[in-house]
Design a protein around this ligand. Structure first.
Ligand SMILES: NC(=O)C1=CN([C@@H]2O[C@H](COP(=O)(O)OP(=O)(O)OC[C@H]3O[C@@H](n4cnc5c(N)ncnc54)[C@H](O)[C@@H]3O)[C@@H](O)[C@H]2O)C=CC1
Ligand SMILES: O=C(CO)COP(=O)(O)O
Length: 308
């Protein structure tokens, strides 16, 4: 009897490759699928115990529909590692996977996981969250090692939203560093950013405490403080006067925060949720304000109690 699993990883970008290497290093049989690769999706999915998606948000629904057209094991567990929101529906990736595969467990994997550091075999921790505890535990076993510490969590919505919403604040943090506003400004921004994340996330059904864990505060700290973060890079380069189009043309990989910010603003406005930092990031990305104007708008808002 062996505990080795067959793991299908969909998406061979930076994150898909890093996760494939982690599972392979633990002795699992890993099949990595890319739309440009030689392995067919059908062959990759055949009898897989775990089907993990590290597809960027823009491709998730298309890939879900392709997966639906092939046979999969009745016991297969889906894992989603994408950090984004779908523009038209405002769905999270796990909601899309769960709707398409209602009889399979879906696990969200999210945490402070800059893929370049993980590829360098530096230590990191993450959370795997599901409504089905045994599914989260199975995924925990597949990826846990002496360099990747995996915690289970029972709040998939909170874990997924933490990883997704922090990307918008990471853009703001990049602007803050790019403008050389100092450590006090950065600490204030990130803390108020977390307040905004908790406000939106709890409104959408997450548990508030989840946002103080690895996938919330943890990932917020990682992305707001590292030039390895593509979202941080977007903000940093906007502060240097580059246009969004220029930045995205040269950026390696995906900065999900750009799209997430637009979806978030749409939902927050509909539901009357105050999100002042996200609002300024949105206006900056739209070219409606300069980084300095966005800062002034935030600093000169009506004064108020810290909690209300
Ligand atoms: N790179 C990182 O450090 C981390 C990234 N993430 C998240 O993982 C997701 C992927 O990120 P990266 O791997 O960095 O991005 P990436 O841009 O390097 O890779 C994205 C992958 O998705 C595939 N893809 C996109 N649209 C597709 C479609 N229509 N059909 C088939 N494949 C499609 C691309 O071919 C590529 O393999 C993002 O949501 C990101 O926020 C999460 C944690 C860490
Ligand atoms: O989510 C990440 C780290 O946890 C990766 O951040 P970026 O997508 O900004 O590079």
């Amino acid at each position: 009897m062996t505990n080795d699993k067959t793991v299908a990883i969909l998406g061979a970008g930076a994150w898909g490759q890093a996760l494939a290497n982690l599972a392979a290093a633990n002795g699992h049989q890993v099949r990595l699928w890319s739309r440009w690769g030689t392995l067919s999706l059908e062959a990759v999915l055949q009898d897989a115990d775990i089907i993990l998606s590290a597809i960027s948000m823009k491709g998730v629904r298309e890939v879900v529909m392709q997966v639906q057209s092939f046979p999969i094991s009745p016991d297969a567990i889906f894992v989603t590692a994408t950090k984004g929101l779908e523009p038209d529906t405002t769905c999270t990736p796990s909601q899309i996977w769960q709707t398409a595969f209602p009889h399979h467990p879906v696990v969200v994997l999210s945490g402070p996981n800059l893929s370049k550091e993980i590829e360098m075999e530096l230590p990191a921790a993450t959370a795997v969250a599901s409504n089905i505890p045994t599914a989260a535990e199975a995924v925990q076993l597949v990826f846990s090692s002496n360099r990747f510490r995996v915690y289970t969590n029972s709040d998939p919505v909170g874990v997924e939203l933490g990883g997704t919403l922090k990307n918008v604040i990471a853009i703001a943090a990049g602007v803050c560093d790019g403008l050389q506003l100092g450590t006090n400004a950065k600490a204030g921004l990130v803390t108020r950013g977390l307040t905004e994340i908790v406000r939106i996330g709890t409104f959408w059904g997450a548990k508030p405490e989840t946002f103080y864990g690895l996938s919330g505060l943890g990932d917020l700290l990682a992305t707001c403080n590292s030039p390895l973060s593509r979202n941080y890079q977007v903000g940093y380069q906007l502060a240097a006067g580059k246009t969004l189009t220029e930045i995205l043309t040269h950026l390696q990989g995906t900065a999900e925060g750009v799209n997430t910010c637009r979806v978030l603003i749409q939902r927050a406005r509909q539901q009357n949720i105050p999100v002042p930092i996200t609002e300024q990031v949105y206006r900056l990305l739209q070219g409606e304000v300069t980084p300095q104007q966005a800062l002034d708008e935030l600093m000169l808002r009506d004064i108020k109690p810290e909690y209300h």
